[in-house]
Design a binder for this molecule. Structure first.
Ligand code: GLN
Length: 481
């Protein structure tokens, strides 16, 4: 039953092939057997109780589709009475007094939480090596990283430790780990899913989304995650499409934009996977058009000003006073602030706070922050132009496959290059999906499709139609080193 997709599990539960309790128990056993993957920071202690309750509800006629489906949540989503750490020593002792909207909505849909997944500290990273709780191992090759920052969620889905998981994506943190772990992940349009109760990294870029085995499973979760929330002022009032109904939309007639700049530096192996992906959609009747996003080489430099600037503001609330880590025996208030922060933030977080504070400082603001915002507008304009002639833009998700743990951790620039294809969609606020499309040297590779604003339905439909004809998403990792 653990090898079934979420959609298949829904029908199995409806037919009574097994119960929510049996499914939940099987996941909990597998989570404990694979604890050296380090995918979970906290395993829920009430999962079996909640699963038993879901079984009772089902027996009494409750037919909500997600009732009793075991999911895992990135440890960035506040969950009531559950430790919520954001992968940081700063929040090691933080128990949230309330549920984030994402968790509230998924609970209301009937899902059972299996626990909170490992992540890069405050979602800053591309390998999950920046977690206070240690790195996560990639189930496809345990000496390799799972990607980041939603590394625990991606690895847990790939290793069959949950039916699906939540994640967040500020510059690629859903799509890059989905690509590295051979699963499907979608970052919706900025504002599609509420950020309320989601620990902030860079507020103008952060967006939640699902990580799951298939596009259909992502659609099932999106149906409940998306929607307006008055508690998040950037949440969109735009009505939510019927993602499930749209899955059956054929790809024939769709215009696929192939971005010239994205293909320039691709390795021949990744290029071959990409070409095969495009070939499959063309054989289903889609057409291709070459497009250009001329400002895309500026995306990484602009992002690494904007994201740190926002993070330096967001993380100033961790002062050791109201919640979070507090140093021992502070001499005075200044010592309390200084030591609480320096003892509990990791190196990458400190690095970004300093870069961000510098970029925002008087005298440098125009040269860095304002300039980065101008570049952001150019990038957005490129996309708006390109998407006036095509339905989606296709490209690779990542420049390579998952790399060995430790290989890039001392080289921030090499690490930042991981997000070269994913970051632009965040800067422009556009939705983007990563779909498993093949393997290079035994490691999974994803292809990315970027869509127009609020057109998640087309991205999910492309993923679903592709997955009807291919089996990359069905491959199961062997968990060897
Ligand atoms: N790797 C990028 C960063 O470190 C993106 C992270 C994310 O999307 N949360 O900022």
């Amino acid at each position: 039953m653990l090898n079934r997709t979420l959609a298949e599990q829904i029908s199995d539960l409806q037919k009574g092939e097994y119960s929510c309790s049996e499914l939940t128990e099987a996941y909990l056993i597998r989570i404990s057997e694979t604890s050296d993957l380090n995918t979970f920071i906290t395993v829920a202690d009430d999962a079996l109780e909640n699963a038993a309750h879901a079984d009772e509800l089902r027996a009494s006629g409750d037919d909500r589709p997600l009732l009793g489906i075991p999911v895992a949540h990135k440890d960035i989503f506040c969950q009531k009475n559950v430790r919520t750490t954001a992968g940081s020593r700063m929040l090691d002792n933080f128990v949230s007094p309330y549920d984030s909207t994402v968790i509230e909505n998924l609970n209301a849909a009937g899902t059972v939480s299996l626990g909170k997944t490992n992540m890069d500290e405050f979602a800053m990273g591309s390998s999950n090596e920046n977690s206070y709780y240690g790195p996560v191992k990639n189930p496809w090759r345990t000496s390799c990283v799972p990607g980041g920052s939603s590394g625990g969620s991606a690895a847990a889905v790939a290793a069959r430790l949950c039916s699906a998981a939540t994640g967040t994506d500020t510059g690629g943190s859903i799509r890059q780990p989905a690509s590295f772990c051979g699963i499907t992940g979608i970052k919706p349009t900025y504002g599609r899913i509420s950020r309320w109760g989601m620990i902030a990294y860079a507020s103008s870029l952060d967006q939640a989304g699902p990580l799951a085995r298939t596009a259909e499973d992502c659609a099932l979760l999106m149906t409940h995650m998306a929607g307006h929330d008055p508690r998040d002022s950037t949440s969109s009032p735009e009505p939510v499409d019927n993602y499930l109904e749209s899955l059956s939309k054929p790809v024939s007639g769709l215009k696929l934009g192939i971005c010239r700049e994205y293909l320039e530096d691709l390795t021949p192996e990744i290029r071959a996977v990409f070409d095969e992906f495009v070939g499959e959609l063309v054989s289903q009747g889609a057409e291709t058009r070459e497009i250009s996003l001329p400002s895309s080489p500026l995306a990484i430099p602009a992002y690494y000003i904007i994201a740190p600037a926002e993070c330096s503001a967001n993380l100033s609330r961790y002062d050791g006073v109201r919640f979070g880590y507090r140093c021992e025996d502070p001499k005075d208030l200044d010592d309390l602030y200084r030591r609480s922060r320096s003892e509990s933030f990791g190196a990458e977080v400190k690095n970004r706070i300093m870069v961000g504070a510098f970029a925002l400082s008087a005298g440098y603001y125009d040269a860095y922050y304002n300039k980065a915002q101008q570049i952001r507008r150019l990038i957005k304009n490129d996309f708006v132009d390109a998407l006036s002639g095509v339905d989606v833009i296709l490209g690779p998700t990542t420049p390579g496959t998952a790399f060995p743990i430790g290989e890039k951790s001392q080289d921030p620039l090499a690490m930042y290059m991981q997000d070269i294809y994913t970051i632009s969609a965040n800067l422009a606020g556009l939705p983007a999906i990563s779909i498993p499309a093949g393997f290079v040297d035994g490691m999974p590779v994803g292809v990315q499709a970027i869509g127009n604003y609020f057109d998640e339905a087309t991205l999910l439909a492309i993923g679903h139609q592709y997955q009807q004809m291919t089996s990359w998403h069905q491959q199961e990792p062997e968990m060897n080193s």
